[in-house]
Design a protein around this ligand. Structure first.
Ligand SMILES: Nc1ncnc2c1ncn2[C@@H]1O[C@H](COP(=O)(O)OP(=O)(O)O)[C@@H](O)[C@H]1O
Ligand SMILES: [Mg+2]
Length: 305
C-alpha cells in the first residue's frame, strides 16, 4: 500500500517508528510535512500540492500525527486526503473534537463514560457557584486547549480557586473547573487503543511533589495491569470520539475509573518503552485490515451500481 504520514517533524520517535514499521511490512511510505502542503479544492479533482509545485500522488492510507499547534491547517490538509479517498487513521472531525477538553467531556458524558465532576462558565459572576458545583476546594482548573500538563492548575482553597479562575478569565482563556481526584496520588493510566482493543497500557507516576503525571513534567511510565472495567472504558471512550487510534487517559478514583482526556496522536516512545510492545506495527496492521476492507467494499459498491 501507499501510506502517507502527515506530520511536522520526521525525526520524532513516534514518526520514525511508524515509518520504520510501514517499510518493514512492505509498504511505500512518504513523510508529508503539513506546512509544505497547499491544496487545490476543485470539483471532481481535488489535489494536494507540495512545496515546489508537484501534485502529490494518491495514497491508500494516511496516518495523521498533527501537533496541537497545527490542528487547523493539519486537519484541513487531512480532509483533502480524505476527499481523495485515502483511509484515515483518525479523521479530521475526531481530531478536532479531541483537541477541546470540554467538548471531549461532553461527548463522553453523553455516552455514559465516567468523568470527574466538571463545570464550565463564561462569566466571573458564576465563579463561586461553579466551584461549589464540583464540590469545593481543592479543585483543578484547566485550560481547554492545554497539553503536556502545562495548563493544569491545582487550587487548594476556594479563595485560591476563585483568583486563578478569574485571572484566567481576564486573559480571555477558556478554562474548565474539575473536582480534584486526590486519591489518585499523582498516578494516571494511559491506555493505547487501536480499533476496538487496548493494545498497551502504562501507569504514569508524577515526579516527586507534583500531582500531574505527564512525562513532559518528569513523570515516569510503568507497564500497567488494567481491570476489565478500565479496558472497556478506554475502548468505549475512543469509540465515542470516533478515534481509531487513541491515547485514553484514565484516573483511578474512589468511585471507580474516570476518563480525563483523549489524545488523538498519542506518543509511542513512553508506551513502547514501558511495555516493550511494537505499537507502530499494530497501527500499520490495523490499516492493512481496514483499508483493504474499505477498497473491497468500494469495489462491491461499484459492481452493484
Ligand atoms: N481532576 C483531576 N484530579 C487529579 N489529577 C488530575 C486531574 N486532572 C488532571 N490531573 C493530572 O494532571 C495531568 C494533566 O491533566 P490533563 O487533563 O491530562 O491535561 P494535559 O492535556 O495537559 O495532559 C493528568 O495526567 C493527571 O495526572
Ligand atoms: Mg493529559
Amino acid at each position: 500500500m501507499r501510506i502517507a504520514i502527515l506530520a511536522s517533524n520526521p525525526n520524532l520517535y513516534s514518526n520514525k517508528r511508524i515509518m520504520e514499521a510501514a517499510i518493514a511490512r512492505g509498504h511505500e511510505v512518504d513523510f508529508i510535512a503539513i506546512k509544505n502542503c497547499y491544496i487545490d479544492i476543485t470539483a471532481s479533482k481535488p489535489e494536494i500540492h507540495y512545496r515546489g509545485g508537484e501534485a502529490l500522488k494518491k495514497y491508500d492510507a494516511v496516518i495523521p500525527r498533527i501537533r496541537p499547534a497545527a490542528t487547523f491547517y493539519g486537519t484541513a490538509v487531512l480532509r483533502q486526503f480524505g476527499t481523495q479517498g485515502a483511509y484515515m487513521l483518525n479523521g479530521p472531525i475526531a481530531i478536532g473534537r479531541s483537541r477541546d477538553k470540554l467538548r471531549t467531556l461532553q461527548i463522553l458524558s453523553g455516552k455514559d463514560v465516567n468523568i470527574p465532576k466538571t463545570a464550565f462558565a463564561d462569566s466571573p459572576l458564576d465563579t463561586k457557584n461553579m466551584i461549589k458545583l464540583v464540590g469545593g476546594a481543592p479543585v483543578i482548573v484547566k485550560l481547554l486547549e492545554g497539553t503536556q500538563g502545562v495548563g493544569v492548575v491545582l487550587a487548594d482553597t476556594n479563595k485560591a480557586a476563585e483568583s486563578v479562575i478569574n485571572a484566567f478569565k481576564s486573559l480571555k482563556a477558556n478554562i474548565l473547573v474539575q473536582e480534584f481526584i486526590k486519591e489518585s496520588k499523582g498516578i494516571d493510566l494511559r491506555c493505547f487503543v487501536i480499533g476496538d482493543k487496548v493494545v498497551a497500557a502504562m501507569e504514569r507516576h508524577a515526579a516527586e511533589g507534583e500531582f500531574r503525571a505527564n512525562i513532559h513534567l518528569g513523570g515516569t511510565g510503568h507497564k500497567a495491569k488494567i481491570t476489565p472495567e478500565e479496558r472497556k472504558m478506554a475502548v468505549k471512550a475512543a469509540k465515542a470520539m470516533d478515534l481509531k487510534v487513541a491515547g485514553v487517559d484514565i484516573i483511578r478514583s474512589k468511585s471507580g475509573p474516570m476518563v480525563l482526556e483523549i489524545n488523538s496522536s498519542p506518543g509511542l516512545e513512553g508506551v513502547e518503552g514501558a511495555t516493550n510492545k511494537d505499537i507502530a506495527s499494530l497501527m500499520i496492521e490495523h490499516i492493512e485490515k481496514n483499508a483493504t476492507l474499505r477498497s473491497r467494499k468500494n469495489a462491491q459498491k461499484k459492481v452493484k451500481v
